[in-house]
Write a protein that binds this ligand. Structure first.
Ligand SMILES: [Zn+2]
Ligand SMILES: [Zn+2]
Length: 266
């Protein structure tokens, strides 16, 4: 089990990754925070903090997260990084595993990217979802979305970065949802766009600019827009960065488990 770099100077790994002093020193590790039922043996020359917790969903890590953040923050050069607590909470929210396919992780990675540059000249390849037109078998439970006009496949349901419906001061005053509307359960209708991760076909449009339109790569009809600075959903929620496609411009296609028969929901 290797160590996964999650930030410069911060690694996450399994229990075995702190049992090799050679590997730790090779990576320049000076401090180790362990979370386990048993405290592992100390590694000479490495500061250690241990949180006793079992690897199970009910384990309480949150109550000690501030302490953990302070320990890790002090261990890294430059003192406590203000973004640290957030990352540890994200890590906890992902079930204490760096799951690169989780919506939380994708959203975090995009937010970090959007803070890093003004006008991106190139983007890490891994931020783009694979173009759904490339031959790549997806699970039958995934929904495909395509251009309403020319039917070109645009993205899969796994690319949707869902958000909580906006409420309170961040919501548009004139679109504020009444309690009765909320209770009637039609909250889905409040968001008129799909906010998704960038897909490979968007790359030419995204480079060198902070915001712009997203056009269908085949028929060039306008599908939506993007902004690295973020944009507000029709429900009022701010999404940063924002890659949005209007629901009215795309069709949802469910692939039935039996065979390749497809049916379009209109
Ligand atoms: Zn929304
Ligand atoms: Zn099209």
């Amino acid at each position: 089990g290797g160590m996964v770099p999650v930030l410069p100077g911060l690694y996450v790994g399994g229990a075995e990754s702190c049992s090799s002093p050679e590997a730790l020193s090779a990576a320049g590790v000076v401090a180790v925070l362990t979370v386990d039922a048993e405290e592992p043996p100390a590694v000479p020359g490495v500061r250690a903090m241990h949180v006793r917790a079992r690897d199970e969903p009910g384990a309480d890590l949150l109550s000690r997260l501030d302490e953990c953040a302070a320990f890790l923050g002090a261990a890294r050069a430059g003192g406590v990084n203000p973004g640290f607590q957030g990352q540890l909470k994200l890590y906890e929210a992902m079930g204490c595993a760096v799951d690169t396919s989780s919506v939380l992780y994708k959203r975090y990675r995009l937010e970090m990217l959007s803070e890093r540059f003004s006008e991106p000249q190139d983007l890490p390849r891994e931020v783009f979802a694979v173009d759904p037109t490339t031959i790549c078998q997806t699970s039958n439970t995934e929904v495909l979305y395509r251009c309403r006009k020319c039917r070109r496949a645009l993205f899969r349901s796994s690319s949707i970065l869902s958000h909580m419906e906006g409420i309170g001061p961040t919501a548009f005053a004139h679109k504020r949802i009444t309690d009765s509307a909320r209770l009637s359960g039609n909250s889905q209708e409040k968001c008129t766009s799909y906010f998704i991760e960038p897909v490979q076909w968007m790359e030419p449009a995204l480079l060198g600019v902070m915001e712009g339109q997203l056009l269908c790569p085949k028929c060039t009809s306008k599908l939506g827009s993007f902004s690295w600075r973020g944009d507000q959903c029709s429900c009022g929620r701010w999404v940063t960065p924002a890659f949005q496609l209007h629901k009215s411009r795309v069709d949802e296609v469910r692939t039935l488990p039996a065979g390749n028969f497809q049916t379009a929901k209109t």
